[in-house]
Design a protein around this ligand. Sequence first.
Ligand code: NAD
Ligand code: LMR
Length: 357
Amino acid sequence: MRPSLLRYAAQALRRRDYSSAAAAAERKVAILGAAGGIGQPLALLMKLNPLVSSLSLYDIAGTPGVAADVSHINSPALVRLHPPACIPLLAGSSRVKGFVGEEQLGEALEGSDVVIIPAGVPRKPGMTRDDLFNINAGIVKGLCTAISKYCPNALVNMISNPVNSTVPIAAEVFKKAGTYDEKKLFGVTTLDVVRAKTFYAGKANVPVTEVNVPVVGGHAGITILPLFSQATPASNALSHEDIKALTKRTQDGGTEVVEAKAGKGSATLSMAYAGAVFADACLKGLNGVPDVVECSFVQSTVTELPFFASKVRLGKNGVEEVLGLGQLSEFEKEGLENLKGELKSSIEKGIKFAHAN
Ligand code: NAD
Ligand code: LMR
């Protein structure tokens, strides 16, 4: 039977996808914490990213199953599983490997261009992100020590909370190892931007896909400062009360999910989406795509604080330029002053931990 026109077109499209993926730079991405609530859907999304030629999935448990599962997806891929005993080979150009246990961490990391870290415990109702510090600080420190050894040039996308402290911990670990490059360390705050866009679009009644809202500061409560005065498309339909409510909802977005999940963790699916958006931006920057701009919590001189989230231009070496705050409304200026105390103490807590341990 002759293939229908539709099937013929689909085959042609697939061939084109394969050839364009082959033309892209070979990029290795590692996900640490890959078997978790964020890690699994993030692994799926990174497997679908045509810029990724090799995907390493690392966790302290459960990774081979996730890797086997993800590896069966027929995105352009030569899929290799770990351990090598169970290697089904498919056609294509990217590899998915699952690693479990510390002894395999080095292999998972070696040669990585981007390392994404969603390893660590999530919140339960009634907890703050800072309540996760005692467990997650040690996890992040251990993983960053391995990164400094096995892939010191990788861009590190820190998802593990409290981001306001885990990023400073990572910086101190890298400094101690002599591998710190401030252009390559990112706290992932993309979920705040994703939320701000969604909530703004709903309230301003504008198409969500066209919305842009910068979110600055940090990633916890009042340190999350959406700049709705700079939102595009601009809306004059929103009152000051609307902006206050949108700001509060963005700041409390994580808690909204934690409460809705009622003890079963925090945002995973929206976070995986946000993590994939940010990692994709990092990969595009590495590949020389011009004008890639995302908000991220990075080493900064935008304020007097050593780390701060703002718009960042991404390039071949990671951060190409940390962009300023632009014009703020009076309400946002007040929010900026109010967040500094908490953000400063979270940063200092991270630095102190890294020095003491
Ligand atoms: P989860 O418990 O579902 O998954 C965490 C995974 O980390 C688990 O599979 C666990 O085995 C693994 N893990 C623990 N220690 C590890 C280690 N030493 N090495 C490798 N893996 C290790 O949690 P989750 O819902 O995926 O959330 C993970 C983290 O992400 C939490 O700290 C959470 O607060 C944070 N988070 C951040 C954002 C953000 O916007 N930055 C959004 C959502 C969640
Ligand atoms: C979020 O913003 O959803 C995450 O930081 C997870 C949390 O604990 O709220």
